[in-house]
Design a protein around this ligand. Structure first.
Ligand SMILES: Cc1cc2nc3c(=O)[nH]c(=O)nc-3n(C[C@H](O)[C@H](O)[C@H](O)COP(=O)(O)OP(=O)(O)OC[C@H]3O[C@@H](n4cnc5c(N)ncnc54)[C@H](O)[C@@H]3O)c2cc1C
Ligand SMILES: NC(=O)c1ccc[n+]([C@@H]2O[C@H](COP(=O)([O-])OP(=O)(O)OC[C@H]3O[C@@H](n4cnc5c(N)ncnc54)[C@H](O)[C@@H]3O)[C@@H](O)[C@H]2O)c1
Length: 620
């Protein structure tokens, strides 16, 4: 057996979206960190659609940015088209989204990690990990190389014991052209952890020279685009467009004729697929009466080398996919460069993890990303941040870092994954967050920057810039609350916004509570010498516009935070709390909650149990 080559504080397995954030966060906190991944050239590879963000996913990217992470910065560098989705609704549910040049994304991700001085990037496949008597983890790569680490973060995506399917054809691999990580899957099982099968899929990639773009509806980027990160230095590239087309009855008939050879419907794929990113055959099967489904044609690169057909994910036989494509407007003569396929893989049952993503039974072992049962780059990156931060903090014997459900979508996701057993891939939605009016893309910095600063994720220069913004927001907020405006001054503005004029002077802040107001025009006109950046104008606007809701929810949130502050030791012996029912003791012993708040979210735990637990903590 070869000697141990190097010893680290944190080792991250995988260079996908979760691995990038985990390795960067641990490095930023200042501990000795390595990323080990199968292929260094595949760092940041986008397995599926060349886009980052969207509704609720965009908020996750903003939160990663506020925490000092990379996804927003990488997207701004590699983006080729930026749109704010849901603009017709309130800012709480706006979703920043960007098409990316996927080659550029992968390149800037790798360059960014290479520029992290002292971060080790190692090419190799982890075959096994074992806990050593000294509490560290020993890692053995497929090549036989060995390393040791205090903490280990596994972000292996769709690669554990993975199989790909197109019709009756099956091959081994986690992504087209890449192998499956079978040995690691076995090692996870031999460490006593539970795995289960999930499935995801991807559509065909099309040859742009065979698409009739002239007859397709173009979808340009926003006129006044938002970058993902306010830390991005350069201008963003927004000059590229996507195109829209639709399936039709003929397409559906052809697809239906292939159902008998579908690996999904024939039961050859056992894993559950993502309900909310269904394949085209799933959509037709479930919503058979619809006469068409909208499809987006998205360029994979700025020079449109290939086109991704968003909405047409499929694992039907290749000839059926191709015949069906030829019935679609604009695609009558299309040539396919890579046919759609499904992938089935092992994922970890995430109820075995704390909301820090640390394993309950193996201290120092963390999982993050698609391996935890989620679907999506952004969900993966958000988990990677939290796992990387906690893996680093653990090596410093520091308090774990957790985000609450009222603080971030990442907190909602960590809480959901660790408490509820999923039977299908988990995708984020605004409806999963009970406090979504707080979790906006405009106020990510207000919610998270100070917390990130405390754990070393935000450097002095970044924090100074944030303090300047904070001070300006406070000044303007005070000014708005204290400054009256006469009817003569404000009425032309109100009328232009379609609002009834006022007869008396009113305070400036009350103007923002009226519907139809353009905040950017308002701040420019009524706040002299404002240095607010655009994002902060919308933040102040939303704080006023939603003030009534916030006041109503404030008590609920305070109660939840209070419960989350009541800590339970990881080794709490619930069997000794005799005032709890035997059933509740068993549930608590199994779930091992770290706070009373977390205990309250375990299925089957009742309010009376929480009262007992709270008293018990007070007396111990
Ligand atoms: C076919 C397909 C379709 C998808 N559709 C979409 C989509 O439309 N949109 C979307 O957002 N998401 C989609 N996904 C999922 C998306 O790829 C993931 O959500 C996202 O990439 C997850 O990031 P991750 O970091 O968890 O894993 P990945 O991006 O999969 O990265 C995993 C990394 O771990 C490495 N690795 C794995 N095992 C080992 C090992 N033993 N040793 C060393 N390195 C290892 C791999 O080489 C890889 O670099 C799809 C995935 C696939 C494969
Ligand atoms: N892991 C998986 O299996 C898997 C598979 C497919 C999708 N996904 C996830 O779902 C997302 C893709 O799902 P989706 O189909 O809802 O698309 P999306 O998240 O990219 O888009 C969401 C909505 O935005 C609009 N939209 C789509 N393309 C657009 C474009 N080019 N420009 C402007 N608006 C556009 C559409 O109304 C769409 O319903 C990915 O971001 C990924 O996270 C995961």
């Amino acid at each position: 057996m070869s000697a141990i080559q190097n010893s680290f504080d944190v080792v991250v397995i995988g260079g996908g979206h979760a691995g990038i954030e985990a390795a960067h966060a641990a490095w930023k906190i200042g501990v000795k960190t390595a990323m080990i991944t199968m292929e260094l050239d595949a760092i940041g590879r986008m397995s599926c659609n060349p886009a980052v963000g969207g509704v609720s996913k965009g908020q996750i990217v903003r939160d990663i940015d506020a925490l000092g992470g990379l996804m927003g910065l990488l997207t701004d560098k590699a983006g080729i088209q930026f749109r704010m989705l849901n603009l017709s609704k309130g800012p709480a549910v706006w979703g920043p989204r960007a098409q990316c040049d996927l080659k550029a994304y992968s390149r800037v991700a790798r360059e960014t990690l290479e520029n992290c001085k002292g971060l080790h990037l190692i090419q190799g496949e982890l075959a096994a990990f074992d806990r050593m008597p000294n509490g560290k983890m020993e890692l053995t790569l497929l090549s036989g190389k060995r390393f040791e680490t205090k903490t280990l973060v596994i972000t292996s995506g769709t690669f554990l014991a993975s199989k790909m399917f197109t019709g009756l054809e099956t091959s081994i691999g986690g992504r087209v052209g890449e192998p499956s990580a079978d040995a690691l899957s076995k090692s996870i099982l031999s460490n006593g952890l539970r795995l289960r099968r999930l499935k995801t899929g991807t559509p065909s990639r099309l040859d742009p020279s065979t698409i009739n773009f002239n007859i397709l509806q173009e979808q340009p980027g926003d006129e006044n685009p938002w970058p993902m990160s306010d830390r991005s230095a350069g201008p963003i590239d927004n000059g590229n467009c996507c195109w829209i087309t639709r399936t039709n009855i003929k397409t559906h008939d052809i697809l239906r004729s292939g159902f008998k050879d579908s690996p999904m419907f024939s039961g050859r794929i056992k894993g559950k697929g993502p309900r909310y990113c269904p394949s085209i055959e799933d959509k037709i099967n479930r919503f058979g009466d619809k006469d068409g489904h909208q499809l987006f044609l998205e360029p994979e690169t700025k020079d449109v080398e290939r086109v991704y057909l968003n909405g047409f994910s499929s694992s039907l036989p290749a000839e059926i996919q191709l015949d069906a494509l030829h019935t679609i407007q604009g695609l009558e003569k299309v040539r396919v460069m890579q046919i759609g396929y499904a992938v089935e893989y092992d994922s970890i049952d995430a109820t075995q993890l704390y909301p820090t993503f640390e394993c309950k039974t193996i201290p120092g072992l963390y999982f993050a990303g698609q391996v935890c049962g989620t679907s999506g780059y952004e969900e993966a990156a958000g988990q990677g941040m939290i796992a990387g931060i906690n893996a680093a903090l653990k090596t410093q014997n520091a308090e774990p870092f957790m985000l609450g459900r009222s603080e971030s979508y990442i907190g909602v996701m960590a809480d959901d994954l660790s408490h509820f057993l999923l039977d299908e891939p988990y995708r984020m939605f605004t409806s999963r967050a009970e406090y979504r009016l707080f979790l906006r893309s405009d106020n990510a910095d207000s919610r998270l920057k100070d917390r990130a600063r405390k754990i070393g994720m935000i450097d002095d220069a970044q924090y100074a810039a944030w303090e300047t913004r904070k001070a300006e927001m406070a000044r303007v907020q005070k000014y708005l609350a204290e400054t009256p405006v006469t009817a003569a001054e404000i009425n032309p503005f109100l009328e232009a916004a379609g609002q009834a004029p006022t007869r008396e002077s009113i305070r400036l802040n009350t103007v923002l509570r009226r519907p139809g107001i353009d905040p950017e025009a308002f701040f420019q006109k009524f706040v002299p010498n404002s240095k607010l950046i655009r994002r902060d104008m919308w933040n102040l606007f939303a704080e006023e516009a939603y003030a009534g809701f916030f006041a109503r929810q404030a008590k609920e949130i305070e109660h939840e935070k209070k419960m989350d502050r009541i800590k339970l030791a990881p080794d709490t012996d619930f069997s000794q709390i005799s005032a709890l029912s035997i059933e509740s003791r068993e549930r608590l012993a199994e779930a091992r909650p770290l706070t009373v708040g977390s205990a309250s979210r375990i299925p089957g735990i009742r309010p009376s149990d929480i009262m007992v637990l709270t008293h018990w903590v007070e007396n111990h």
